[in-house]
Design a protein around this ligand. Structure first.
Ligand code: 4AD
Ligand code: MG
Length: 432
């Protein structure tokens, strides 16, 4: 007899198989028991009919408790009433591990309780659906960059550089030196682009941000492509193609998960249409002022109400171009005719999900960059390797970083970034 996974049930209709599963839920009457089974690949129903099985088996079925692990034997059948489409007619149950007083019951629980039980909460169907979408975004990311001639390069996690400013660093000891946990692999990816042309990284990044918002994590994963001989406009084309590819693949491969989450698929389809709109920072400020925002002046960074208003003015993700130099990191390319702005772009997701990509063209001039490093109060000795890239064959280059969890949150249509990563690190939470 074959052992299968629930997700493959469609290929075994009419066969008697074994499945290793857990009991997610159960309903029973005197004559029939319905077991809601999950095995990590999917959820479906096991049906135990009293007068088709032994008395002992029916008794076992009726007394199964939530999250008991079981090896089920039975015949796979079509089940037109369920969304999944298949069920198993149970003829055998072997209890593997008992489970008593499982804390997460089908009733409503508060967020703190669920976060304290994250190691168990992950088993629920909503969390399962979100993680399947996360997994698809990761899969499609590798596929997109591999198909487009990018080489995967892994920047270090322990580092002495602070590309995104020195206020949000996690300090750590590195024998007798000081080191930080990486905020961004970008500077190393620039070195890699000079060696391998088009590169991308995918790894964890850390920000000691004291912000408690629904968009901020302390530890998050970032995809950071970097491209030699590439100006901003070409980089924007890669960014929109990449994001549209993610949406397309989630639509194609995660239909069931999107349905579990109640996500509007027609809306998502719109986000696969290229190009995405572009608006300059200057025009975005004007747009806000024209619409009654009195708390914004040229030179300010956008807060989430501003981003949401700008996003709602378009039907697709939107690029905001060329921010004031004073609110952006030291490495961005200066604008050729204006001293007050830099060549950069943020991509803002629709529906109020905020910034999902930050990117820019990079400064190529040695003297300019040295001056910026000094002005930002950084130690030039620690950046001499980075300055070398401008000494030995400097070329125009651009890159960007996409936040994985923000993207998962958006495509899943959930309220808070904490549910987009298996074990979120948040302000005041490092457990479990
Ligand atoms: O805009 P950021 O800070 O850009 C960089 O780090 C650049 N060095 C990237 C590059 O050009 N290679 O971060 C990039 C993205 C943001 O757009 C956002 O999606 C995500 O990373 N992000 C966060 N996600 C969750 N929690 C946080 N605290 C985040 N901070 C940034
Ligand atoms: Mg940013």
């Amino acid at each position: 007899m074959k052992t299968i996974q629930i997700i493959d049930a469609k290929n075994h209709v009419g066969e008697v198989v074994k499945i290793g599963a857990w009991v997610a839920n159960k309903r029973s009457s005197g004559k029939i028991a319905f077991l809601q089974l999950r095995d990590g690949t999917a959820y479906f129903q096991g049906v135990v009919v009293k007068n088709e099985v032994s008395e002992e088996l029916f008794h076992t079925a009726k007394n199964l408790t939530q999250e008991t692990s079981v090896i089920i034997t039975g015949e796979i059948r079509e089940d037109s009433r369920s969304k999944f489409g298949y069920e198993i007619g149970v003829s055998g149950i072997e209890v593997v591990g008992e489970s008593h007083d499982y804390p997460i019951t089908p009733k409503e629980h508060g967020t703190d309780f669920l976060m304290d039980h994250r190691h168990l909460w992950l088993r629920s169907s909503k969390q399962h659906a979100i993680m399947m979408i996360r997994n698809e975004i990761i899969r499609a990311t590798y596929e997109f960059f591999n198909n487009n001639g990018f080489v995967k390069v892994d920047p270090p996690i322990l580092t002495g550089s602070a590309p995104e400013g020195t206020t949000e660093l996690f300090h750590t000891e590195y024998f007798d030196q000081e080191a930080y946990l990486s905020q961004s692999g970008q500077l190393y990816m620039e070195a890699a682009a000079m060696a391998f042309n088009k590169v991308f990284s995918f790894g964890p990044t850390f920000r000691a941000e004291k912000s408690k918002t629904r968009r901020h994590l302390i530890e998050f994963w970032m995809i950071e492509p970097e491209m030699a001989y590439t100006h901003q406009e070409e980089s924007l084309e890669v960014q929109e193609a990449y994001v549209a590819y993610l949406v397309q693949n989630v639509l194609e491969h995660c239909e069931y998960a999107l349905d579990v989450l109640g996500r509007d698929k027609e809306l998502l389809k719109k986000y696969t249409q290229l190009p995405f709109p572009r608006i300059s920072y200057d025009d975005a400020v004007q747009l806000l002022k024209d619409n009654g925002f009195e708390d914004i002046e040229w030179g300010d960074d956008f807060g989430s109400p501003h981003e949401t208003f700008i996003a709602n003015s378009f039907e697709k993700p939107v690029f905001i171009l060329n921010y004031p130099k004073a609110i952006k990191p030291f490495y961005m390319k200066p604008h050729p005719t204006r001293e007050d702005i830099v060549i950069c772009a943020d991509m803002i997701a629709p529906e109020g999900y905020g910034e999902i990509i930050g990117g820019s063209e990079r400064a190529t001039d040695y003297e300019f960059l040295l001056e910026q490093i000094q002005k930002h109060g950084l130690d030039e000795n620690e950046y001499s390797w980075y300055l070398d890239l401008r000494k030995y064959g400097s070329v125009p280059h651009s890159g960007f970083g996409l936040g994985l969890e923000r993207t998962v949150t958006w495509l899943s249509g959930i309220d808070h970034v904490r549910e987009s990563i298996p074990f979120p690190r948040l302000l005041n939470r490092i457990y479990p």
